[in-house]
Each structure stands twice: as C-alpha cells, then as structure tokens.
Design a protein around this ligand. Structure first.
Ligand code: SF4
Length: 311
C-alpha cells in the first residue's frame, strides 16, 4: 500500500481499509496545526495508478487462495470482506465530484463488498459542491464524513485562521443532511484560549444543537514549538488555557449539548478517554468530568501534555 508521511485516521475508523488518495492539506493555515508539516509539499493527489495498485493489493490480501490458506493454517477464519474504506489525507473531500466518483467506482470494482466510503472534510470542501453533486456522492457510497469543525466560537475560528465561520458550519452541514450524508465533528478543546473556554463551549453547543452529527469528538489542544500558535504565545498575542480549564470547558460542552449524539473524547490528546451516548449517559459523563476536575492536579495533566511527542 502507498502511504505518504504520517497517516492520521479517527479512532472509530480502525476497521476501515485506509486508502491514500491525497496527502497533506489544501488549507495548511490553521495556527495550531503541525499535522502534515513533515511533507515536502502542501497537498498532493495520489496518482490514480497508485490508488488502483493499492486496491488490487487489498483485493488480493482478502481473496487470494494463498491468504485464505495462510489464515486457515494460523487457525483463523477467512479474512472478513472489507465493508468500509477511509480515504487518507487531511481533506480528500476537496476533490471534485468527478474525481471522487472515479475513486468510488474503482473501489467498488476491486472491492464489491464495500458499502461506504469515509474521509475527513473541511467545511469549505462542502461549499465547493452543488446539492446535486452531494446527492450523487452519497449514492456512490460516500457517508460518515469526519469534519474537524473545532469550535462554533467565531473569534477563535478567525484567530486560528480556520477559513470558515459558525454560520458556514450550519449552512454546509445542513446541506450534507439534505443529501443524506452523515457526519461527525471533531471539537478542539482549548481553541478559545485562556479565560474563554466556557464561552467557546457554549457557542459551540449552540451551533451543534442545530445539527445532527453522529459524533462530537473532542480532542485537546496540544501546542508544538513548530506551530504558528507557539509564536503567537511567545509574542504575547494569545494565552493557553490551563489543563483544568480545558476539562471545565469539556464539561460545559457536554452539559449544553441537547442533541442525540455520541460524545467521545478519544485519542492521545485526551489524558482521559471519555465516551457516552447523549442524552442517556450525560450524567455519567458529567460525573466523570467532575471527578477529573476535583481529583487530578494541573501539574499531572500538564506533565501528560508535555510528554506527548506527537498526536
Ligand atoms: S487543522 Fe486540518 S485544515 Fe487546518 S491546517 Fe491542519 S490539517 Fe489543514
């Protein structure tokens, strides 16, 4: 399989086949982001021959008599058919509908068992497609997009140079819903800065409550020295929330969400992995957050963050 640089995928896509169709990010401007900084280019589409070769390899691994024999010799069941493909790269959904349809048709040709195709999308990637195009993409299998909206706090979105507003989140996600494309949100705890966590969480809940994300997945801001945000802090233009403030922010977000969704703070940036269905498990989540806030020290949380070498 062809993979370029660090491959990042959401924890809930662990069972999906990771297929590289792009590498890097078309935006590449968010001040806190160092995700694709090791790449010698900003964004690149993977040549279709490489995509096709990877699909052929995946097909062989699942269906060849050799792999069947090997799994049986190892006392395992036949490899399960691949039902989901996750396209890698920061925002493959930026590709034109024609390109995305071409990719979907190759996937279905080599892996007919695939039911859905997911990837990360930026809010701006939705704006560059018509309603009709979104419908066609849904019919081709695109579903379960991951959108790193980060926050509904307009001041934070502007300062971090995310390239869209809370109104854009509402407009574009409603269009996705009309096309029948489900999506989950990543929320960036800490993005509003010191003293503004509570306001940021409330503003975000207000936006999310008007939509139907299948997941709200908070990740926690971790600032690396290579980021532009680090320089902003050094220049005195921005202050980081304390670790406990980030947990208080998370609590306010969970408390104020009143839509049915799955709340899941997962991945390395969260020192504590918290999951629960809303609204059923809200009280349990809030109690867990209260325990963290009252029993864990700022120093221990800070040490955890300092030791995070990579997300
Ligand atoms: S946060 Fe996402 S959209 Fe922003 S620069 Fe990083 S990869 Fe690109």
């Amino acid at each position: 399989m062809h993979y370029t640089g660090t491959i990042w995928r959401p924890p809930y896509e662990a069972d999906a086949l990771l297929l590289e169709v792009t590498a890097g990010c078309t935006h590449h401007k968010c001040k806190f982001c160092t995700l694709y900084s090791e790449l010698p280019f900003k964004f690149r589409m993977t040549p279709m021959e490489d995509v096709e070769r990877d699909l052929l390899e995946a097909q062989m691994l699942r269906t060849s008599p050799y792999s069947r024999m090997l799994t049986r010799l190892q006392g395992e069941d036949d490899p399960a058919p691949i039902q989901r493909v996750f396209l890698t790269g920061a925002n493959p959904f930026v590709l034109t509908m024609e390109k995305l349809l071409e990719i979907a048709s190759r996937i279905h040709k080599y892996l007919p068992s695939v039911e859905t195709i997911g990837c990360v999308a930026r809010v701006t990637d939705l704006a560059n497609k018509t309603d009709e195009e979104l419908l066609q993409l849904r019919q081709a299998g695109y579903n379960g997009l991951t959108i790193g909206v980060e926050t509904g706090d307009d001041a934070a979105l502007a300062f971090m140079r995310k390239g869209y507003t809370s109104r854009d989140i509402l407009t574009q996600c409603k269009r996705l819903e009309q096309a029948g494309i489900e999506y989950g949100f990543f929320y960036l705890t800490g993005i509003s800065g010191k003293g503004r966590g509570e306001a940021g969480a409330k503003a975000s809940a207000e936006v999310f409550n008007q939509l139907h994300p299948f997941l709200v997945g908070p990740i926690m801001l971790t600032i690396y020295q290579e980021s532009e945000l680090y320089q902003e802090i050094r220049n005195g233009n921005w202050e980081e929330e304390g670790e406990l403030e980030k947990y208080r922010e998370l609590r306010i977000l969970a408390e104020n969400l009143n839509i049915p969704t799955y709340f899941a703070a997962m991945g390395a940036s969260n020192a504590f992995q918290l999951r629960g269905k809303l609204p059923e498990e809200k009280e349990k989540l809030l109690a867990a957050l209260d325990r963290i806030i009252s029993e864990v020290s700022e120093e221990d949380l800070r040490r955890y963050r300092r030791d995070l070498r990579h997300l």
